[in-house]
Design a protein around this ligand. Structure first.
Ligand SMILES: *[C@@H]1O[C@H](CO)[C@@H](O)[C@H](O)[C@H]1NC(C)=O
Ligand SMILES: *[C@@H]1O[C@H](CO)[C@@H](O)[C@H](O)[C@H]1NC(C)=O
Ligand SMILES: *[C@@H]1O[C@H](CO)[C@@H](O)[C@H](O)[C@H]1NC(C)=O
Length: 319
């Protein structure tokens, strides 16, 4: 939309040289090598002694995206719809992190819903906008798509599991670029960290027409009694959801069962992050000015060290 004239001219010249079908694809195929992903903040955990202000982002989600070639802006809760629309038109993707808020009534949910609806509309209009949900983010996406909470309690509070990949996984957008040996490790070794009480059971997913039509299941897991969806991607939208925690392996150090720091766990973390960043590179939203962009970036905030035994080693706090 606002490429410098010279660049547009160069593109036009290039078009004279290339086949018409390539020209038609044009701009949308160019990659944005300076992507910015928004990470949604959420209400502080009850009893968080270090909390400053009303909301936080665990720094591991920021590092996770940064390590894969993206910059990050925090998206704060309790903002107006207009403010969120402006942020939406400035960023190239959205990450909904894990956490512990009410996924039907929280301010986190209110903001997630606004962005989700904006993303549906944008993608329908050919404006590629990816969303990634991790753990609570996965659950939030399921509630937004189904328009109700279909989650059930599972015994998965602190356990590492191997992904039970579905036949659809191999050809999925998310997994098809993974090295074969890494997919094999994910399928055979207990390297995906699960820290959730609630899950979307295969049964409830299958019985809900909205979810079933919207998401393709890439992996499942079980707590021994209930089989639940652990990875899914939307059929028609660049929306991705993992019930497990790829960001924890390289960036969180609480010493408890389910925390895995093996080479393949860290590789899996990187490949999921790199995949999502590569999706964000297909989006061309941008801030209205370089100054606005600079002011929005997470670099303007400092994470607070919570201690090596804390659930999150470092958190960003916001008003
Ligand atoms: C932010 O959201 C919370 C939860 O809904 C609400 O209690 C609070 O009043 C809001 N604060 C502002 C400043 O809007
Ligand atoms: C299905 O969803 C309902 C909520 O609508 C929940 O009460 C129930 O436990 C879920 N059942 C399974 C097997 O997931
Ligand atoms: C490894 O995963 C299996 C499920 O495939 C589970 O039954 C087992 O408890 C896990 N082992 C550990 C040590 O977490």
């Amino acid at each position: 939309m606002c490429r410098p004239a010279a660049e547009v001219f160069a593109a036009l010249i290039a078009c004279l040289w290339c086949a018409p079908c390539l020209c038609a694809a044009g701009r949308s195929q160019q990659l944005n090598y300076r992507p910015i992903i928004g990470v949604l903040a959420q209400e502080n955990l009850p009893g968080d002694q270090l909390a400053r202000g009303s909301s936080y982002i665990a720094a591991s989600y920021v590092k996770y995206l940064e390590s894969a070639g993206s910059r990050v802006i925090p998206i704060r809760i309790n903002r107006t719809e207009e403010e969120y629309a402006k942020i939406f038109s400035s960023i190239n993707g959205l990450l909904l992190p894990g956490g512990d808020v009410d996924i039907q009534t929280s301010e986190f949910t209110r903001a997630a819903k606004i962005f989700y609806n904006l993303a549906l509309k944008a993608n329908d209009a050919g404006d590629y906008f990816p969303i990634w949900g991790t753990c609570q983010g996965f659950q939030q996406l399921s509630v937004l798509t189904a328009n109700k909470n279909l989650l059930t309690l599972t015994d998965t509070k602190a356990v590492a599991l191997p992904l039970k990949l579905t036949p659809a996984a191999q050809s999925s957008r998310l997994f098809r670029s993974f090295p074969k040996d890494l997919l094999q490790s994910l399928a055979e070794e207990n390297i995906t960290s699960n820290f959730h009480s609630w899950s979307l059971s295969t049964q409830n997913y299958t019985r809900n027409a909205k979810l079933k039509r919207f998401y393709k299941v890439l992996s499942t897991n079980s707590d021994g009694k209930i089989e639940f969806i652990s990875t899914m991607e939307a059929y028609r939208y660049p929306f991705y959801a993992v019930q497990w925690h790829p960001e924890k392996s390289p960036f969180e150090w609480i010493d408890k069962p389910g925390m895995i720091h093996s080479t393949d766990a860290v590789r899996a973390s990187f490949y999921t992050a790199r995949f999502f960043v590569s999706e964000a590179m297909k989006n061309h939203h941008h801030f209205s000015s370089a100054i606005d962009e600079e002011r929005a970036l997470i670099y303007n905030f400092s994470p607070v060290y919570a201690g090596i035994h804390a659930v999150f080693v470092q958190n960003y706090y916001f008003n």
